[in-house]
Ligand binder design. Structure first.
Ligand SMILES: CC(=O)N[C@H]1[C@@H](OP(=O)(O)OP(=O)(O)OC[C@H]2O[C@@H](n3ccc(=O)[nH]c3=O)[C@H](O)[C@@H]2O)O[C@H](CO)[C@@H](O)[C@@H]1O
Ligand SMILES: C=C(OP(=O)(O)O)C(=O)O
Length: 453
């Protein structure tokens, strides 16, 4: 099926051309849903296919809009992409021939294009990266990425429409230390160093499970990568890589979101495909708040066991810390907990914008510039509103909400599902960036809502 046919048949099921939902709250979510591959791995695995001489096969690919955006970009760059069910085949044989037209690439809603740099520089000697999309949750600079690429020998030119890069002498291995363990910059190094000449040493790297899965893919392709216990990654460059065959790691962020939806609505959701190991930190917090879970071989059951939910103090952090993408739906459950909870956001400087809508719905949440966790983070002295104090329990009431970003939007949806009365949630297409078939899943779980427009 080509990209146009895919658009026509499944856009609505995915939630892409759905503008707004009217949600009637108060019904516990109950039932079983399935997880597919993680947005934060699948999109990068698709880019990795550009490094190979032969086709790659990726399984468990979710129908989310970020996958579509990356697929569109790969196709502009000459990669032939076919899907059969949730299996995607990516053939990079024509990348060199497509070079002339690939300058027209657009980033769409995704940040992934910045990861095309290394593979395109290796293949074509140059790359044009359009302005990036992604969630507006802070400045989201790309200075680490550019510095990393310069270290490998890239020459970077900033243009009004994006960034042009060349590698006049090819790319060579480098010794790099990240100022902060950035997920994207670590992936930038991986995707660039595997085919660079010589050895690369990356210290202060991020080691999120999605990064380790990307390393597994690159190893299948023939790359030589070693991860040390101190979060140093060593890569020995190779001349050629072959296509991979891989089943993507499940989406632990989506799993955590539905787990919180079960807790906040007083429901019971079996999240098929979720695994304990990648969610240990989340599970600890879930239990502290008063949620119940049961680990099965084929997924995890999450439910509200009755009684009061308890307040917690949580700090978001890099892996193995509490993931920043988990805090938004958790905050809705914390609004229902009896007592004062604190969430200290240490990864992004501006990730509490979504709480304004929750306050409009009746939540008691105050945002502070101080570091209210157990350690001072890099935002403490810089006047960023990055600590939230949540007082509960409250009953939320329905409201009109415009979804601001992916995780914030999902938390608004959960809030509406718990609220008294009706909510109208618009701009819900953003949720389709990372939640596969969320409208169908809401139906399966017995939510009471209508799709508008
Ligand atoms: C597609 C994808 O995988 N997105 C995830 C990825 O985003 P992403 O890879 O963009 O996040 P990073 O880990 O790079 O960002 C972490 C922090 O580093 C800063 N930074 C990053 C790069 C840079 O060049 N300069 C800089 O200052 C960012 O502004 C942020 O404050 O990891 C985040 C942190 O786990 C997750 O919330 C996102 O869901
Ligand atoms: C911030 C997120 O994604 P992205 O980096 O793709 O904007 C997210 O998944 O919550």
């Amino acid at each position: 099926m080509n990209a146009d046919q895919l658009s026509a048949t499944s856009a609505r099921a995915i939630g892409l051309d759905v503008d707004a939902l009217t949600v009637r709250g108060g019904k516990p979510l109950d039932g079983r849903i399935e997880m597919k591959g993680a947005k934060n791995l699948v999109t990068k695995a698709m880019v990795a296919a550009l490094l190979a001489d032969t086709p790659s096969e990726l399984r468990s690919v979710p129908e989310i809009s970020d996958v579509r955006v990356v697929r569109g970009l790969l196709e502009i760059h000459g990669v032939a992409v076919e899907t059969l069910g949730d299996t995607m085949r990516l053939d990079p044989a024509n990348v060199e021939r497509a070079h002339e037209t690939s300058i027209n690439a657009h980033a769409g809603s995704s940040r992934i294009p910045i990861l095309f740099c290394g593979p395109l520089l290796h293949r074509l000697g140059e790359a044009f990266i359009p302005d990036l999309g992604g969630c507006h949750i802070g400045d989201r600079p790309i200075d680490y990425h550019l510095e990393v690429l310069r270290n490998f020998g890239a020459v970077v030119d900033k243009l009004p429409t994006g960034i042009r890069m060349t590698a006049p002498d090819g790319l060579h291995g480098a010794k790099v230390r990240l100022p902060y363990p950035s997920v994207g910059a670590t992936e930038q190094v991986l995707l660039t160093a595997t085919r660079a000449k010589g050895r690369t040493e990356l210290s202060n790297a991020a080691v999120e499970p999605e990064i380790l899965d990307l390393i597994a893919i690159l190893q299948k392709m023939g790359a030589e990568i070693q991860v040390d216990t101190d979060r140093t990654i060593r890569i020995e460059g190779v001349d050629h890589l072959v296509g991979y065959s891989h089943t993507a790691l499940f989406d632990r962020n989506e799993a955590a979101s539905w787990a919180c939806a079960a807790l906040a609505t007083g429901g019971d959701i079996f999240v098929g495909g979720a695994r304990q190991q990648e969610m240990t930190t989340f599970l600890n917090v879930y239990r502290k708040v008063g949620g119940a879970f049961e680990i099965e071989d084929d997924g995890i059951r999450f439910w509200h066991p009755g009684g009061d939910l308890k307040p917690v103090v949580v700090e978001t952090d890099v892996h193995p810390g509490f993931m920043t993408d988990w805090q938004q739906p958790l905050v809705v459950a914390l609004a229902k907990a009896k007592g004062i909870s604190i969430v200290h956001e240490t990864v992004y400087e501006q990730r509490f914008g979504f709480t304004e809508a929750l306050v409009d719905m009746g939540a008691t949440i105050q945002i502070h510039t101080e570091c209210l966790g157990s350690h001072a983070c890099r935002f403490g002295q810089r006047n960023y509103q990055h600590s939230a104090v949540i007082a509960g329990p409250v009953s939320l009431r329905g409201a009109d909400i415009v979804v601001p970003d992916l995780r914030g939007g999902f938390s608004h949806l959960v809030a509406a599902l718990t609220a008294e009365g009706e909510s109208r949630i618009s701009n819900v297409g953003i949720i389709a960036r990372g939640y596969e078939r969320f409208i169908e899943k809401l139906q399966v779980l017995g939510a009471d809502f209508d799709v508008d427009g």
